[in-house]
Design a protein around this ligand. Structure first.
Ligand SMILES: *Cc1c(COP(=O)(O)O)cnc(C)c1O
Length: 379
């Protein structure tokens, strides 16, 4: 099956008792047993629920993995991966991470004596020099949020080969339509399904997909024992979103590219961060690793002033000033004061998240209207 077919049919079957074409929302906590321990395959919905199962099978299919797991949020999925580790283990992660991931690593897991090293993954040497015998996990986000830096997934996976190091990739920005980390050597893909997979800004959800079944079972045990599962209704919404993922990502990418070009030619704009632009320092890697460039575009102002960014965000039309991304509607965000406020100011600046940086999640509206809406922010 190819991708456009997989998003609709991958891992799916009609509901067996009625033939319902859409998976029903199984609002049930528990399942009848014929005799103690003799059941239909479902016992209690924390362990498994048919609607969640349908979503998990879809997730595994679209990421080319062996097992999918659906969580109550993206961060619940990340939390589950971290719980594979033991006291004293070391983790290497990008220094330009989703703010909530950074907060979890440093504020929650450091106290359990996990040691985190943050590195700029655009140069593979920075990763290599931090690997030692205690390294157990490398956490990649590519493209990064909000600076759209890329990590070469295959090169990082090659570094870790034979060293008993897990490679996890946060594939939220790209989605499997654009890049497939498991095919490039990663062990785990993580998603904030709140974003493009759900695609309609109506649900908070997370996902893990593993390359092999055994690791998937280990993570399922942690999820079952810890309890961070996705509800049947929310599973239904994400599954429904995935059906149009290919169409949406195509349009997000088309619009993203047009907006990036518009901004690059704008007299008031300094830098534009978008992997599809020739000016992106890793444009070549983008062409190798990504099928399209997606809908996330960040930029800074020639003036370098925070006030210009704030004024822009107050004045733009069509785009809504809000956190989050990946929905059909366009959103705009000020990383330093909104999504990335949990990162200390000096760390933010070190990573390049300046106060005049604006991040756009370009939706699937008509691009002429989007450009007109952005132009209002520059006057
Ligand atoms: C939103 C986001 C997360 C966190 O996901 P939630 O669903 O909000 O818990 C993690 N990584 C990236 C890249 C995100 O954009």
């Amino acid at each position: 099956m190819k991708f456009n077919t997989k998003v609709i049919h991958g891992g799916q079957s009609h509901e067996p008792s009625t033939g319902a074409v859409n998976v029903p929302v199984f609002f049930t906590s528990t399942f009848a047993q014929k005799s103690p321990g003799i059941h239909s395959g479902y016992e209690y919905s924390r362990a498994a629920n048919p609607t969640r199962q349908a979503l998990e099978d879809s997730l595994a299919s679209i990421e080319n993995g062996a097992k999918g797991l659906a969580f109550s949020s993206g961060l619940a999925a990340t939390d589950c991966v971290l719980k594979l580790l033991n006291v004293g283990d070391e983790i290497i992660a990008c220094n330009d991470l989703y703010g909530g991931t950074y907060r979890m690593f440093t504020k929650m897991f450091e106290k359990y004596q996990l040691k985190f090293h943050f590195a700029d993954f655009t140069n593979i040497k920075n990763v290599e020099e931090k690997i030692n015998e205690k390294t157990k996990l490398i956490w990649i986000e590519t493209p990064t949020n909000p600076l759209m830096k890329l990590a070469d997934i295959k090169a990082v996976a090659d570094l870790a080969k034979g060293k008993n190091i897990l490679i996890a990739v946060d594939n939220t920005f790209a989605t499997p339509y654009i890049q497939k980390p498991l095919d490039l050597g990663a062990d785990i893909v993580m998603h904030s399904a709140t974003k493009y997979l759900g695609g309609h800004s109506d649900v908070i959800a997370g996902a893990l997909i593993t390359k092999n079944l055994e690791l998937g079972e280990q993570l399922h045990f942690i999820q079952f024992a810890g309890g961070g599962i996705l509800s049947p209704m929310d599973s239904y919404l994400v599954l429904r979103g995935i059906k149009t993922l290919a169409l949406r990502m195509q349009k997000h990418s088309e619009n993203g590219f047009e907006i990036a070009k518009y901004l690059e030619n704008h007299p008031k704009v300094d830098r534009v961060f978008y992997p599809g632009l020739k000016s992106h320092p890793q444009h070549e890697l983008a062409q190798k690793q990504m099928r399209e460039s997606g809908g996330m575009v960040s930029f800074t102002f020639k003036s370098g002033k925070k006030e210009d960014a704030v004024k822009f965000l107050e004045q733009i039309k069509i785009f809504t000033l809000a956190e989050s991304l990946g929905g059909v509607e366009s959103l705009a965000n000020h990383p330093a004061m909104m999504t990335h406020a949990s990162i200390p100011a000096e760390k933010r600046l070190e990573a390049g998240i300046t106060d005049d940086l604006v991040r756009l999640s370009v939706g699937i509206e008509d691009v002429e209207d989007l450009i007109e809406g952005l132009e209002k922010g520059f006057v």
